[in-house]
Write a protein that binds this ligand. Structure first.
Ligand code: ACO
Length: 311
């Protein structure tokens, strides 16, 4: 996480809002905001180093880097290649993946398929964002919602029996539907305005679609794996809004105590939110080896998806 923490009260001097409104509508109490010396690449590098160390590996053991981000350091080259260089890795491949808040789910699914296809042995999957740089700081309907940060995991090839008791990714489902573009987008880009642009969102419209889309794709992943909500030990959803998380868990029949919530501390960190929430629940001992973990996200596009992982 970036060093600087911004509490809800800090917004009361910038836009017409209040700590009470933000907590009640979103569950967010604070978020981290990148300083001038912190970028998507620097935050991603730190998360990558932590993930590689906790896997008991060295950077050179990695032969694939997939970075999920919508806030790259440069339009090109891919920030993943920058992180690869920062880690001192000169072999393998690195690329960015852009699916906004679903980016980590897309990136982890992609890395899994590279490994299953024999294209990689050990993949580093990172979600890293500096959404604060895309925000319109005069728009109270969006600027209070997002934060910056990065999280990462390492996945490696291993033989399984093709059962849900195998370790690793058991099932993944991805969806997208571009007809929803205008509900959540950035109003700039190299090919259109030649600028970076600002995030624009019809919050109520996003909310209206979110719970149905999230729970549908999760049910699809259950069908692929042949399991049900009772088999889930931990639900690690995208951290956009506490009300969306709670409504999704309730609709699926997942008990509150199995839901990992970090939106209060992190805000919505887009592609970084799922790996950040994972890292919190692994570090505090909740997620243990052998647990069935359900990951999910939905974001701009719209894109959405779910992954079942035997930890
Ligand atoms: N402080 C005070 N009042 C505010 C603020 C604010 N920060 N923002 C909006 N309001 C006002 C609005 O102007 C509106 O006032 P009005 O009635 O006078 O017009 C009133 O609050 C209610 O606005 P709504 O938009 O209806 O509020 P809602 O209960 O829907 O909450 C929110 C807004 C939090 C954005 C909600 O719609 C939401 O969470 N939507 C989903 C957004 C989301 O999760 N996006 C990310 C998912 S995808 C991704 O992660 C990229």
């Amino acid at each position: 996480m970036p060093k600087r923490i911004m509490a809800n009260r800090d917004f009361e001097h910038i836009v017409d809002t209040s700590d009470e409104w933000i907590i009640q509508r979103t569950g967010i109490r604070q978020r981290h905001i990148a300083g001038d010396d912190e970028t998507t690449a620097s935050l991603g590098e730190e998360a990558a180093r932590n993930a590689i160390a906790s896997a008991g590996l060295e950077p050179n053991d990695i032969d694939l880097i997939v970075l999920a981000t919508s806030t790259p350091d440069n339009t090109f080259p891919a920030t993943a290649v920058d992180i690869q260089n920062r880690l001192g890795i000169r072999h393998g491949a690195a690329f960015d993946m852009q699916a906004v808040c679903s980016g980590f789910i897309y990136a982890l699914t992609t890395a899994d398929l590279y490994i299953r296809g024999g294209m990689a042995q050990r993949a580093l999957v990172i979600g890293a964002e500096t959404f604060s740089r895309l925000l319109d700081w005069e728009d109270r309907t969006t600027c209070v919602l997002f934060g910056d940060g990065a999280g990462a995991v390492v996945v490696e090839a291993s033989e399984g029996a093709g059962l849900t008791s195998d370790t690793g990714i058991i099932a993944a489902k991805l969806r997208s539907d571009g007809c929803h573009k205008s509900k959540l987008y950035v109003d700039g880009g190299p090919s259109t305005t030649k600028t970076v642009g600002h995030l624009r969102m019809q919050g109520r419209e996003v909310f209206r679609h979110a719970v149905g889309m999230i729970t549908d794709v999760i049910e699809d992943s259950f069908s692929v794996a042949g399991i049900s909500a009772e088999d889930i030990d931990w639900f690690v959803p995208h951290q956009a809004n506490r009300r969306i998380i709670e409504a999704s868990a309730k609709k699926l029949g997942i008990a509150d105590e199995k839901v990992v919530v970090t939106v209060d501390r992190h805000g919505n960190t887009s592609a970084a939110s799922v790996p950040l929430a994972l890292s919190v629940a692994v570090a505090d001992g909740r997620i243990k080896k052998g647990d069935m973990v359900l990951l999910e996200a939905m974001g701009g596009g719209f894109t959405w998806g779910a992954i079942l992982v035997r930890w």
